[in-house]
Design a protein around this ligand. Structure first.
Ligand code: SAM
Length: 282
């Protein structure tokens, strides 16, 4: 038995025949000391409902409950994991809600009834789509107080990069615009069953009360995607795909047409987004 009175995760996986499926991004964490460290890095749990995406056999779910989470709402797509999760539900009456479904389609805001945090060891194939969706939540500040998420290390670096850095791009702009994003620690590939190809990292994001500068989230994403689509080019060339007078757009936004996307600050991207909307509306 483990400290929480439940069987070790290795036994749970064997009992429920949870052979990892690559298509579902399944790399499981079996060390409760590690999952408890991840749970603790989310901040206070006692007064929060935790939305967990992809609980799998429940390593992080159990850690969140052991660390005192008021309630965990776990969204899992793989039916095989549901029975294993129901055993955890029995051990923590009223504190675990299992939602069988695709996290990309679930209305997570509707599942919580008070202060909430998102904590997840994400399936790598949908991780950035989920993050961008959370970052585009409306209204802002959003329904969650923080996001504590596992990504491939290289993606974690792209989320937390500063302007001018090699990894600075769409994810850094979208994350930095509305949150304070910080890479907390790396997790070696050997900690997972089966081990993925690369190192992973935990990223903690806390929503800003006010975004760094005003902009429509969808427009900002569009402008940033165009600018970084050809990141080595000057913005007067890369922004042409936006389909309006690029020279006027850049001049109105007060920017240098010879600048490259990787050197623009988040505030400058917001100026481009606002100018784009103003020109479209004109
Ligand atoms: N949390 C577990 C852990 O740390 O050991 C499992 C993490 S594993 C990287 C990702 C989990 O997400 C798997 O259990 C997988 O079945 C689930 N998953 C994959 N795609 C999903 C989706 N679209 N919606 C909900 N869960 C998904």
């Amino acid at each position: 038995m483990s400290e929480d009175g439940l069987p070790p995760l290795r036994d749970v996986i064997a009992a429920h025949e949870l052979r990892a499926k690559k298509a579902l991004g399944q790399n499981f964490l079996l060390d409760l000391n590690l999952t408890r460290r991840i749970a603790r890095s989310a901040g206070s749990l006692e007064d929060h409902e935790i939305v967990e995406v992809g609980p799998g056999p429940g390593g992080l779910t159990r850690a969140l409950l052991m660390e005192g989470a008021k309630r965990v709402i776990a969204i899992e797509r793989d039916r095989r994991c549901i029975e294993a999760l129901q055993e955890i539900e029995k051990a923590y009456p009223g504190r675990l809600t299992i939602v069988e479904g695709d996290a990309l389609e679930v209305d997570m805001a509707a599942l919580v009834s008070g202060p909430a945090r998102i904590v997840a060891n994400l399936p790598y194939n949908v991780a950035t789509v989920l993050l961008v969706g959370w970052l585009q939540s409306e209204p802002w500040p959003p329904w969650f107080d923080s996001l504590t998420l596992m990504f491939q290390k290289e993606v974690a670096e792209r989320i937390t990069a500063a302007p001018g850095a090699k990894s600075y791009g769409r994810l850094a702009v979208l994350a930095g615009w509305r949150t304070h994003a910080e890479k907390l620690f790396d997790v070696d590939r050997a900690a997972f069953t089966p081990p993925p190809k690369v190192t992973s990292s935990i990223v903690h994001l806390v929503p800003r009360n006010e975004p760094l500068a005003p902009a429509n989230p969808k427009t900002l994403e569009k402008v940033v995607a165009a600018a970084f689509n050809q990141r080595r080019k000057m913005i007067r060339a890369s922004l042409k795909t936006l389909g309006l007078d690029t020279g006027a757009l850049i001049a109105e936004a007060g920017l240098n047409p010879q600048e490259r996307a990787e050197r623009l600050t988040i505030e400058e991207f917001c100026a481009l987004a606002r100018t784009f909307d103003a020109m479209k509306g004109a």
